[in-house]
Design a protein around this ligand. Structure first.
Ligand code: 5AD
Length: 509
């Protein structure tokens, strides 16, 4: 079956196909018969599985691929861990809190592990980082496997099935990407496609190079083949993934550039939206902005983590750019022919960050006017360069800086979102809230929009008029309904709730 990507819903059944979404029937048939053939070969061992995932989009997609590997071997996904013969935790260790969560969760499943035949495995970054220590702290775990060893999963599972109790996949020495025959896709209209794995950046705070191994890029032909197939299967949004997605380097003879790859994905018939994450400012080029300008399918959104607004801190973080160089990239994005929303990641309280350094970060928020900011207190991680630096900012001060930064950004976001009230935007509906009879979706700029809707709109693109805005989301009405009272229908100002707060909304009367 080569490296086909086949979407299978969490229950293993083909997804509902009402709106033309879902897997191509032939591909699905082939996948299911391959799974049955495998199942008949394995008479004992786990029959059902459940994967719980913490962390980033890469982890979410890794779990989709791991589920594909298991389903290709005849295992059936179930809705909760209690029903599963094989329980896998795909873990995150980017910050200490995330890593701690894993151990408390594993503790909670100690009792379940006594169920006859139940197998517990730990995957992902904590598995890689803690390795043997997991067996010591949670002896009920039988399998520990980091992402660089996922290609060995079938073999490791055979060992578990044969009754071995401490099965390890912990080598970081791989030049391979995790290619799977099947991918169980959890979202029926938006599909992740990995383009590069691992990370070679020297960022002083970050554990990823130690947990995901060296950088390795997938060939452009394979990526494009995946995207074409996904489009044929009805996925309209493609999200290209990589720790440093814009450092992708085509290993094939085509030698496409990252911007060239983006353009080609955007030109695939049926693809309406393309996103990519996460970019490193160091490799962010004007060609990427030109590609976005020239291809409407490339979303009006760039996530460009800055981490700090102080060049002194950036240098200690080993980010390889100064505040000024970062701002040049921002200017390039802001000068694009269409408005592109910009989001970022920020760490406060990094080793040696003074009040003045922090104030430069706050000033950067005003200067860039981000549309979204993900902010974190610095958390020292084992084996990173910063683990050897003095953690000079007290926890209380980190907390105060984080709160100050978030409040500052909240005001900026509210202002930027409110400027959209009265305008229209196209929303890809991602879910429906029956209690509120609300559709929830995203704009191309990655803003969340809530509006009165119907369950069958999920997966569709709907034109919405924005009627109210909070700092984190917009409220609207379907544009044709907004106009159904006649062009120039009277609008009144009313109050409603956005982001849990009272807001002012324009309503048709
Ligand atoms: N402490 C706090 N935040 C961190 N991040 C990465 N490592 C750490 C750390 N040790 C943040 C960065 C990164 C995001 C995914 O997580 O901002 O961009």
């Amino acid at each position: 079956m080569g490296h086909e990507l086949v979407q299978i819903s969490p229950t293993g059944l083909p997804p509902a196909n009402e709106s033309g979404l879902g897997a191509a029937p032939q591909a699905l048939d082939r996948a299911i018969s391959a799974a049955r053939a495998d199942l008949s070969r394995s008479s004992s061992g786990p029959r059902t599985f459940y994967i719980e995932t913490f962390g980033c989009q890469m982890n979410v997609h890794d779990s989709e691929k791991v589920a594909g590997v298991l389903m290709a071997r005849g295992l059936r996904p179930v809705e909760n861990q209690a029903e599963a013969d094989l329980v896998l935790y795909n873990t995150c260790s980017i910050r200490e809190k995330a890593a701690q969560k894993v151990f408390s969760r594993l503790g909670a499943f100690r009792k379940a592990s006594r169920q006859a035949g139940k197998i517990i495995g730990v995957l992902g970054c904590v598995a890689q980082q803690e390795g043997e220590k997991i067996f010591a702290r949670a002896p009920w775990v039988s399998l520990v496997c980091g992402s660089a060893s996922y290609t060995r999963l079938p073999e490791l599972l055979e060992q578990v099935k044969a009754g071995r109790s401490r099965v390890r996949g912990l080598s970081l020495e791989t030049g391979e990407c995790f290619e799977t025959e099947l991918v169980r896709r959890d979202n029926p209209f938006s599909a992740y496609v990995t383009i590069i794995e691992g990370c070679d950046e020297p960022c002083a705070f970050c554990v990823v190079p130690m947990t995901r191994g060296r950088e390795r890029s997938r060939p452009s032909e394979r990526i494009l083949a995946d995207c074409r197939r996904l489009a044929e299967e009805g996925y309209t949004e493609i999200q290209l993934l990589g720790q440093i997605v814009n450092h992708w380097q085509d290993p094939s003879s085509a030698r496409r550039s990252f911007a060239g790859l983006l353009s080609q994905v955007a030109e695939i018939p049926g693809v309406r939206r393309v996103r990519f994450a996460t970019s490193h400012p160091r490799y962010f080029t004007p060609e990427i902005v030109r590609a976005i300008e020239n291809h409407p399918a490339l979303c009006d959104q760039v996530h460009l983590p800055v981490q700090s607004g102080s060049s002194r801190v950036l240098s200690r973080m080993r980010r390889a750019y100064t505040r000024e160089e970062y701002l040049e990239k921002i200017n390039c994005i802001r000068s694009a022919r269409r408005a592109i929303s910009i989001s970022t990641d920020i760490i406060v309280g990094f080793c040696g960050e003074t009040r003045e350094d922090f104030e430069q970060t706050v000033a950067l928020l005003d200067q860039v006017e981000y549309d979204q900011v993900f902010s974190f207190k610095f958390s020292p991680r084992p084996d990173t360069a910063a683990a050897g630096f003095e953690d000079t900012v007290p926890e209380d001060e980190k907390r105060r800086r984080l709160a100050e930064l978030q409040e500052h950004q909240r005001v900026i976001q509210l202002r930027r979102n409110q400027a959209l009230v009265g305008g229209e935007c196209e929303v890809l509906v991602e879910s429906f809230q029956p209690r509120l009879q609300q559709a929830v979706g995203r704009t191309t700029s990655n803003r969340v929009v809530n509006f009165p809707g119907r369950p069958e709109w999920v997966g569709r693109y709907v034109q919405v008029r924005v009627t109210a805005a909070g700092p984190n989301s917009l409220v609207g009405v379907r544009a044709d309904q907004a106009l159904s009272g006649g062009v120039g229908a009277p609008w009144a100002i009313a109050t409603c709730t956005v982001d849990g707060r009272k807001a002012t909304a324009a309503r048709r009367v």
